[in-house]
Write a protein that binds this ligand. Structure first.
Ligand code: DX5
Ligand code: ZN
Length: 221
């Protein structure tokens, strides 16, 4: 079956001093911009606080897919929805009330996302599928760009695809996605792809987004 493919480039490996120009390079060919928010508590790295992230979100020419790798996600998740993110993804490991936070994100008009780290099983989170517009299966340990794709996560992607079936819930993979790995993830059932270093370490980021999309579309048909 042919699935709709979405490419959501991560700006984690872009030049943070010239983010507007970096985003402009890929905006017209991307579905959403993936914004990695890290607090140096949930993950051992820091990217943006809410103020900085708000400025990026408000100035972004296309919708933002916020990936919140922060510990206070139940409080801050709905605020990211409120300021206009198209999609807000919380980590299951960080949330004390997943259902409530997912509902609050949706009620602010954003798509709700639920992410799990490589060592987290999907089993106890399948129950949230009615409250979720996207599952995110991490294919690296969250925290840094440029890590190696964990192909052993494809079993989990297949399991999530079985849970989703043909419901319009997106299935995103994040970490190590490149021209070498994207087809493996499509075959396992993913339809939404974060790519950071593959896009921004390339000489022509827009061209790389197009190349990833066309490879994924071929693999899905
Ligand atoms: C890692 C981030 C990813 C990362 C992807 O914690 O969530 O979005 O930026 O970067 P690459 O594509 O380089 O693995
Ligand atoms: Zn991410």
């Amino acid at each position: 079956m042919t699935r709709e493919i979405r490419i959501t480039p991560s700006i984690l490996n872009a030049d943070f001093d010239h983010l507007d120009q970096e985003i402009a390079k890929i905006a017209s060919v991307s579905d959403l911009i993936h914004l990695d928010v890290m607090d140096n508590i949930f993950v051992p790295n820091f990217t943006f606080d809410f103020e900085n992230a708000s400025e990026i979100i408000k100035g972004c020419p296309i919708g933002v897919d916020a990936h919140l790798m922060v510990s206070n996600v139940d409080e801050i998740g709905p605020r990211y929805a409120e300021i206009g993110c198209a999609s807000v993804t919380i980590h299951a490991e960080a949330s004390e009330n997943i259902a409530k936070t997912l509902r609050a994100i949706r009620s602010q008009g954003a798509r709700s996302g639920l992410a799990i780290k490589p060592n987290t099983s999907i089993d106890e989170y399948e129950q949230f599928s009615d409250l979720v517009d996207m599952f995110l299966i991490m294919t690296v340990e969250p925290g840094f760009g440029g890590q190696k794709f964990m192909s052993q996560m494809m079993e989990k992607v297949r399991a999530v695809r079985r849970v989703i079936g043909d419901r319009p819930i997106w299935l995103q993979v994040d970490g190590g996605i490149s021209l070498e790995t994207i087809e493996i993830a499509v075959e396992a059932g993913a339809d939404t792809f974060v790519a950071g270093s593959a896009v921004f370490n390339s000489d022509d980021p827009a061209n790389m987004v197009n190349a990833l999309r066309s490879l994924a579309q071929k693999a899905s048909s």
